[in-house]
Design a protein around this ligand. Sequence first.
Ligand code: PMP
Length: 449
Amino acid sequence: MTQTTSSTAQSEALFARARAVTPGGVNSPVRAFKSVGGTPRFIREAHGAYLTDVDGARYIDYIGSWGPMILGHDHPAVREAISDALQYGTSFGAPGEREVELAELVTRLTGTQKVRFTSSGTEATMSALRLARGFTNQGGTGRKLIVKFRGNYHGHADGLLVEAGSGLMTNLDGALGASAPSSAGVPEEYAALTLVCEYNDPAALDTLMAERGAEVAAVIFEPVVGNAGVLIPTPEFLAALHRVQEAGALLIADEVMTGFRLSLNGATGLLGLRPDLTCWGKIIGGGLPVGAYGGRADVMDFVSPQGPVYQAGTLSGNPLAMAAGLATLRTLEADPGLYERLEAYTVRLADGLKEAAAEADVPISVNRIGSMLTPFFQDAPHGSVRNYTQASRSDTQGFGRWFQGLLSRGIYWAPSQFESIFVSASHTSAELAATLEAARAAFAALNST
Ligand code: PMP
């Protein structure tokens, strides 16, 4: 169970030391609690559904390292696989058996033909786009443009930091504009090669493709968005996405968050997508640093050393990371009821939140799919938030106060309105009951202050 402590002294001390030697005191921006305020908790250990911070407080974790920990933290099968691999050395810089096994497993589960491993999701999307440009520009067709959607985040490569979501929505107030870079340091010339459309707007995508389609190398998208809060695609939007393939552009599904999360074949399996390339990360590495991209063999064969598109990595295919990924995916595959259990928990969580918010007269609009969920703090019917513009109407201050209310009651929710939470296989009805009790109290506290 959770154990709360009013002291954050150790976290504060570490945060002060961290700020002196690391920008903002963190190695990834959303961890700094900038939009919700308060001291970021420095975590000492994580087991199952729980995190314990350096002051000894114990929390039910809804971040799961931002997605990878679908089995829960410190899962025995994953720990054993890593310990076993450890006996044979930590990095070879030469090929090994585990990366072949993981590639065979990933291609089989996802129905893709070839896959290349990287060390992060950012590298996967960045490499997939270079590949798409290299492939579609054969013979000098001039296809250079990529299309992405407002509020979709695909990692931090220059060309993708254009109207990107999550940490950028949270931290760079007002910096988002039409096709503008969402980070300093991204040249406008790069941003100009990235065209941006509203998510779930098939007509806008059709118009853009009618005007510029011949120059478009690829359309990249989150098949279910997690990085603007959860946004679920409409069938009409998915149909428009597939039309870009007829125009000669490659369709790239960024399943870094949704891959192996929404089903064994991610959102692609759940929603019946037919992408040319897919990017993975998070779960594919079981909590160790891994990314991957893969898809059609004729496209993937354009990657070096077979083809002319260069991409490499000192630690790519790392044996510990491959072992963690293999153990995670094998455990998922061996438990056919797992995705249903994750969903059942998340449905009950969503229903409980709706009820608790209504009792306290706090307007929220819940989006949920599988084990991903966001309560948008706004007065709109549940399930009706469909794009970035709607998501950004949320009361981020109210969300921040609710987040603090949960944290003080031992629930570690995502520290931003524009994120999904992730349920793991270690969350049981005991954690559900404790979460809903805390959520009820946190909603009630919002209106009594
Ligand atoms: N794509 C998506 C959809 C993501 O959610 C993320 C990370 N949150 C990335 C790409 C980037 O992955 P990484 O942080 O491993 O570079």
